[in-house]
Design a protein around this ligand. Structure first.
Ligand code: NFE
Ligand code: MG
Length: 579
């Protein structure tokens, strides 16, 4: 007998997501991914100075802060022909890489780990055994001491005894599918707390170069900071030394703590490498942090994150990488509360429209998915296909191209776990892929990007701004441009048209939109939906405690505020669709 299950709101994500499921025999038969909050920015930048757009669109999201600002300035530079100097590009690379690493660490420990780690169980653990467990999984993290584990165990005990679980409230702690022994749970809770400290210091890199965080300052044509030592406000040696330290600490945390934890914990839940697969089509433009102004084929960029070429993989065939073609991106609104002038045709982002058309249901309702339109997310497609973006897509593309560091890490992890590379397309695989790419990223940051920046600085290269295209009088009367950026949740692109010095059209096609979007005109499910209902084998033991689908959806690291970014021209709220 089919049963309907609603998870609303799905928490430990950014924004509001509702998942509806039809289940029977403890398996998921059907799934709908519904973005229930209407907000956003695309249309409010129309008519504004394109040099200001970044400051508005950066506010799309406070989690992946910086990424929309960088995507915006690069799209505008592409449109007006601005050419930021090398040092400015390296600073952006450092900001993006540190943001990617920080975001992944937050995802694993603070947003996702509690789907696998039973916090109350940590109160019963033997601290010495927790240290032994850490050692056994190859964690060399400096926080693995008996004193620290004892302290954390006592903290957890104190929280439990108080009867108020605070940040751990609401977990399905009695669910029988929590499988870690108490000592592993204690180790993981200790690392959860350590990761809170880590992410705070890691993101300071953006603060040094951008003045503050979240939402550091950026600049069309370069960066808004100065590295000219003759200037009293210049970034100085003390700050450079701090950044070197934070980068070293990030490699330490990722390699000593995060990667061993992710590998070991996913190893305990190994069946999740066979659960949660989405469509085996992958799209990426490089390693995390890769940035292009306009068509990659015409780009002169030399960022270390572009070592992997943009491309797509279809049907899991890693033997063939299809060259990336930006004209193959289109967004559909079949299941979304928008209309297009010419009906439900897929629109390329340079012609994209954002016209909301809410057709209900009106609250109170209990089953949104009975309506053809059920979400505020558009449904992007590439080359007519449903594709996955994100860490797994990036890792697959890097692996297919033989990127040495990625290949070494993937081969080691898959061998250790006894899985195939193809099995990374799974709930556990998405979680592992984040840790793998973080290790690659931390290494590039420490060995290539930062040292190159410092070497250039020592050589007297203090130029961070291209003034030649600052004045609107230097721009063409009419132009358009776009940016392609690899951000934590996947491939992000911004598209801008500039007419007579003002923004005429602005579109953002965002990772979470690629992944969380609903059905298209052909009725094909989006990746979230496919991951839950595609094979008809996704477990759901107890509909009153839907832990298993939470694991799968959290493995994508949803960000609904990125996915839906629409608002009327006055900035007023048009509809409220929260339940
Ligand atoms: Ni709001 Fe974002 C990232 C962007 S969303 S978190 O990463 O762009 O998918
Ligand atoms: Mg958009």
């Amino acid at each position: 007998m089919a049963q309907r299950v609603v998870i609303d709101p799905l928490t430990r994500i950014e924004g509001h997501l509702r998942i509806e499921l039809e289940t029977g025999n403890h398996k998921i038969d059907k799934a709908w991914s519904e973005t229930t909050q209407f907000r956003g920015i695309e249309t409010i930048v129309a008519g504004r100075d394109p040099r200001d757009a970044w400051a508005f669109v950066q506010r799309i999201c406070g989690v992946c802060t910086s990424v929309h600002a960088v995507a915006s300035i690069v799209a505008v530079e592409n449109a007006i022909g601005s050419n930021p100097p090398t040092q400015a590009r390296l600073i952006r690379d450092m900001v993006l890489a540190s943001q990617n690493i920080q975001d992944h660490v937050i995802h694993f420990y603070h947003l996702h780990a509690l789907d696998w780690v039973n916090v109350p169980s940590a109160a019963t653990a033997d601290p010495q055994k927790a240290v032994d467990f850490a050692k056994a999984i190859g964690s060399t993290w400096k926080g693995n001491t008996v004193a620290r584990m004892t302290e954390v165990r006592d903290t957890v005990k104190g929280i439990l005894d108080s009867g108020q679980l605070t940040i751990f409230t609401g977990g399905y702690w009695n669910h029988p599918d929590y499988r870690l022994p108490p000592e592993a749970n204690l180790m993981a809770v200790a690392h959860y707390l350590d990761a809170l400290q880590f992410q705070r210091s890691m993101i300071r890199i953006g603060t040094v170069f951008g003045g503050k965080n979240p939402h550091p300052n950026f600049l069309v044509g370069g960066m808004a900071c100065t590295i000219d030592p003759s200037h009293s406000e210049s970034i100085n040696q003390v700050q450079i030394d701090q950044i070197r330290q934070w980068i070293a600490e990030s490699a330490e945390f990722v390699n000593d703590c995060y990667l061993p934890d992710a590998t070991a914990i996913m190893g305990v839940y190994k069946d999740y490498f066979d659960i949660g697969a989405a469509q085996p089509n992958y799209l990426a433009v490089g390693l995390a942090g890769a940035t292009y102004a306009g068509d990659p084929a015409a780009s002169r960029l030399t960022s270390a994150f572009t070592a992997v070429k943009p491309g797509a993989i279809y049907d899991g065939d890693l033997g063939t990488v299809h060259p990336f073609d930006p004209t193959r991106i289109a967004e559909w609104v079949s299941s979304a509360w928008y209309t297009y002038q010419d009906g439900d045709v897929g629109l390329t982002p340079d012609k994209g429209e954002t016209t909301p058309h809410y057709t209900g249901p009106q609250p109170p309702y209990d089953w949104v998915a009975d309506h053809p339109q059920y979400t505020w997310s558009k449904a992007p497609r590439y080359d007519g296909r449903v594709v996955q973006v994100g860490p797994v897509a990036r890792v697959m593309l890097a692996y297919a191209q033989g990127h040495p560091a990625t290949k070494a890490l993937v081969d080691a992890a898959t061998k250790k776990l006894g899985i195939t590379v193809g099995q990374l397309n799974s709930t556990a695989g998405r979680t592992l892929a984040r840790a793998l790419e973080c290790s690659v990223l931390a290494d590039i940051l420490a060995r290539t990007t930062f040292p190159t920046f410092v070497k250039n600085l020592k050589g007297g290269d203090i130029d961070v701004f291209d003034p030649s295209k600052w004045e609107p009088s230097s721009w063409p009367a009419s132009s358009s441009g776009f940016s392609l950026v690899e951000v934590p949740r996947g491939f992000l692109s911004h598209w801008v048209s500039v007419e007579k010095g003002k923004v005429a059209r602005y579109q953002a096609v965002v990772p979470t939109t690629w992944l969380a979007g609903g059905r298209d005109a052909q009725g094909r499910q989006g990746p979230y939906e496919e991951s839950l209902a595609g094979k008809g084998q996704h477990p759901l033991a107890d509909p009153s405690q839907p832990l298993e689908p939470l694991r799968t959806i959290h493995s994508f690291d949803p960000c609904m505020s990125c996915a839906v970014h629409v608002m009327d021209p006055e900035g007023a709220e048009l509809q409220v669709a929260t339940s």
